[in-house]
Ligand binder design. Structure first.
Ligand code: ZN
Length: 291
């Protein structure tokens, strides 16, 4: 079995195709275990965590990547996030009894948002409807539609580990016959991987089993870990966007409010003075931007 919590990129030297493999163990458990989610939700979050790890490793710049699936079904929200330091966090909101593992059925009518927040530059968001039973298929649809990059994604999670593989044709101006053939051949070989193999094999064995006739170059593996980068200010800002009036009312009645970070259960206490400081800070920042 692969060593815990690692992400590893690889490239096909003779074809314009790249790949990534991820395996999550402690980080997966640290993200989901203290929430007491039903098992199917844990596993869906495991797939989300594997997916954000894979996708963020393909970014060309440093930033934060998140996936948010929102719907009107038994699950109303699944969210996972990976920062440029490979810090992971995830959350689910459940409205009803969860039955089965079909993503589209569990979330009902809804959509999947892929948000990229670069450290410098504009925030970007892509949306795709939740029309497939598996998260991996929804993501493949996103890449086909929004990025026009041929992509194969496999995601697996059980009670122990979450794993994933991404294969993607590199963007090229010259998408000639050879380019197409290379992708078709590698994609076909990739499609023979079973979820059991994805979960159980170490990266070298897995790549050899699939691609032993190809020239595959494996990069050094990187570590991933659960870490929540919440702060009192970020939690307060999130609360403010939900309803400043309700927050003010609670402060008027109670004098102070407790805010719990939903990702890590950290508790922050906020009083009227701190709320005013944040408002004043925002007003100053806004006026500075104008000058
Ligand atoms: Zn937190």
């Amino acid at each position: 079995m692969s060593s815990a919590d690692q992400i590893q990129r690889f490239i096909f030297d003779d074809a314009d195709v790249r790949g990534v493999l991820v395996g999550l163990d402690h980080s997966y458990h640290d993200c989901v275990d203290h929430h007491h989610y039903p098992q199917p939700i844990k596993q869906l979050l495991g797939q989300m965590l594997a997916a954000v790890s894979l996708l963020s490793s393909t970014l060309k710049f440093e930033g934060r990547l998140s996936l948010q699936a929102r719907g009107n079904g038994a699950i109303t929200l699944l969210m996972a996030e990976c920062t440029r330091q490979n810090h992971l966090r995830a959350i689910a909101q459940v409205a009803d009894t969860v039955d089965g593992e079909d993503l589209a059925k569990l979330l009902g009518k809804g959509q999947l948002a892929i948000t990229i927040e670069p450290e410098k530059g504009q925030r970007y968001q892509g949306l795709v409807p939740l029309e497939h039973p598996q998260l991996a298929q929804c993501l493949e649809q996103y890449f086909a539609q929004s990025e026009q990059l041929a992509t194969r994604i496999m995601l697996a999670a059980d009670e122990h580990r979450a794993s994933g593989m991404l294969l993607q044709a590199l963007p090229s101006n010259d998408q000639d016959e050879r380019y197409q053939e290379n992708w078709a051949r590698i994609d076909h070989l990739g499609s023979t991987l079973t979820l059991k193999e994805l979960k159980e094999l170490d990266n070298e064995t897995l790549l050899f089993r699939l691609f032993h006739e190809e020239q595959v170059r494996l990069y050094e593996a990187g570590d991933l870990a659960f870490q929540c980068d919440c702060s009192k200010e970020r939690c307060l800002r999130a609360l403010l966007t939900l309803g400043e009036d309700e927050l003010q009312q609670m402060l008027d009645e109670e004098g102070a409010v407790a805010i719990d970070c939903q990702f890590c259960n950290s508790r922050y206490h906020v009083d009227q003075v701190e709320l005013e400081q944040l408002r004043r800070g925002d007003a100053t920042a806004a006026s500075e931007q104008l000058h």
